[in-house]
Design a protein. Sequence first.
Length: 349
Amino acid sequence: MQRCLQLARKGEGYTRPNPMVGAVVVYRERIIGEGYHKQFGGAHAEVNAIKAVNDRSLLADSTLYVSLEPCSHHGKTPPCSELIIANRIPRVVVAIKDPNPAVSGRGIAMLRENGIEVIQGVLENEAYELNRAFFVNQQYHRPYVILKWAQSKDGYIDHSRSSLQEKKPALISNRLTHTLVHRIRTQVQGILVGTNTALMDNPQLTVRKWYGQNPIRIVIDRENKLPSTATLFDGQVPTILFNAFERTDVFLCESVKQIQIDFSGDTNKQILQSLYQEGIFSLLVEGGAQLLSSFIEKNMWDEAYVEKSTTMLQSGTKAPEIQGEEISIKNYLGATQFHLKCPISRNFL
């Protein structure tokens, strides 16, 4: 099962919104086939693992290990449970049950009804953590929220400034940690910034330092202050604009979608509800401080990556304050990255 989880992670950034899944076929304590779900819409892990077996006659005396319950419904691909049954595999070991209501328990039931021995719960916690975002989507019908920021040793995320022309953003991240941020971007479907960040930094919000797909860019601009020259409106990547009233500028191309929300209400909640309806199931919130703090204060977050640099700024915009379970602490050149998680025991929508 450890090998299943290793294989599953190879699909990171490509299977969304589907889960990452790995599968291994074992014959007499020897792996004879393995596979993983490579990309959304493609063959599932079980299919790839079974196809990798050279001598199909061995399947009748083999055990299939899979990190998530085999599907039992027709989606973009045929049910994996039917394939397992058709190949007469006698034993299946499952790490965790699929939370999808269309699948949950049905795949296991189908296998058992056809005389297949099913063992479940092997490395269940590890399998849950691997697809934590997928479980949140299925159980709470909301995007999985990740917060990210870098702060100086003395607790600031930027200089005090009023525009990009006045002063460039403070350089807190180094080349390595900046690259790691781009890796995180490949793991989510959407990336969100507030008005001030968009105005003062004119960010691209794309993946340039890691191999992977660009997330959908999302910006909050209540009063439509962003200029037509903003990089977010360059048409290179689909962008969602949250505002109070529709913008009628002719420059807005087809790649920019406007969504109006009520700014007198809970804007965070409205944004997350709208994004889920748009099919965005994972969200990275990159700034600024006010936007990040609003998610923290409302307990609307699931993970956070906080980089603490050795750089000193002396003054500026204070970094948000956050508390959560420390999952990992990694030291890089001149920086330490804290990976935090918030207990998922509620649906904050």
